[in-house]
Design a protein around this ligand. Structure first.
Ligand code: AMP
Length: 182
């Protein structure tokens, strides 16, 4: 569904910023893609084609750039949008799941009523990028605890060398539009 031409255009629109937010990280900045006059809508329209026949109840986006892609896709699909946020950001009752960072740990949270008590809610998990997979796995744990059925975990970018997509793939179907490096 994603033609080579579209993938090349998307790749060209993603800016690489060395040593951000810290030394040694090559940050993939999607802001030049999402402010592009046509590429952002073509990305969302093409993702919509992939998921439109799956009767999704919710698109679940991971803070922060997963909100941009996830909310737009939820709108396109006529589904609800649910945020998974970093610890302490959601105002109501939450459950949380931790994941390891290079140094220490962090956690993500979801509102306990995020899925509106829909039994076996069908959800799609979305983020801009998967690296080690820790954030996505913790998000899947939250969805499991809310008894959601996750159709797929979808990423714009996967950093293949870090193996996150494979790790998440042991739990759910995965899809990434662009694989780096390549
Ligand atoms: P991980 O839990 O290691 O898979 O990291 C994924 C999360 O960290 C995503 O929410 C990404 O937005 C962010 N992230 C990790 N590495 C990068 C990177 N090189 N460029 C941009 N975002 C990144």
């Amino acid at each position: 569904m994603f033609s080579q031409k579209l993938k090349t255009q998307l790749r060209e629109a993603i800016r690489e910023v060395p040593d951000y937010p810290k030394s040694g990280i090559l940050f993939k900045d999607i802001t030049p893609l999402v402010n592009h006059p046509t590429l952002f809508s073509r990305l969302i329209d093409t993702l919509k084609l992939r998921y439109q026949h799956h009767s999704l109840d919710f698109v679940v986006g991971i803070e922060a750039r997963g909100f941009i892609l996830g909310a737009a896709l939820a709108y396109a699909l006529g589904a609800g949008f649910v945020p998974v946020r970093k610890k302490g950001k959601l105002p109501f009752r939450t459950i949380s799941a931790s994941y390891q960072l290079e140094y220490g740990a962090d956690s993500v949270e979801i509102h306990t009523d995020a899925l509106r008590e829909i039994k076996d809610a069908h959800v799609l998990l979305v983020d801009d990028l998967i690296a080690t997979g820790g954030t996505a796995l913790a998000s899947l744990e939250l969805l499991d605890r809310l008894q959601a059925k996750c159709l797929e975990a979808c990423f714009l970018i996967s950093l293949a060398e870090l193996g996150g997509l494979e790790k998440v793939g042991e739990k759910v179907n995965t899809f990434s539009v662009l694989e780096y490096p390549c």
